[in-house]
Write a protein that binds this ligand. Sequence first.
Ligand SMILES: [Cu+2]
Length: 98
Amino acid sequence: MTIRNDAAEADAVLRVRCPIANFSEKHTVDRGEGAPAMREVKSIPVPANKTVELKRDGFHVMLLQTRQKLVNGETFTCAVVFQKAGTKETEVQVSRMP
Ligand SMILES: [Cu+2]
């Protein structure tokens, strides 16, 4: 997911709700000594006038306790709750990891 903030104020992703999952967590990936490790964060920062790309080796949202089997190519809608911009819906497409 790519988030573009055209505002002059910083924003942040507070929550993501998807109908197919009971929970979601916001994660970042720490790289120190040893293997990279995921860590939960309270929010994902979206700086003013910046574009933030969520990806598996950086900030990302993880869906937990999925209620149905995810099928490659299927789509569903998630609600993304921003601190300033409010709730925005986005379509998500399931894709198999390469
Ligand atoms: Cu994660």
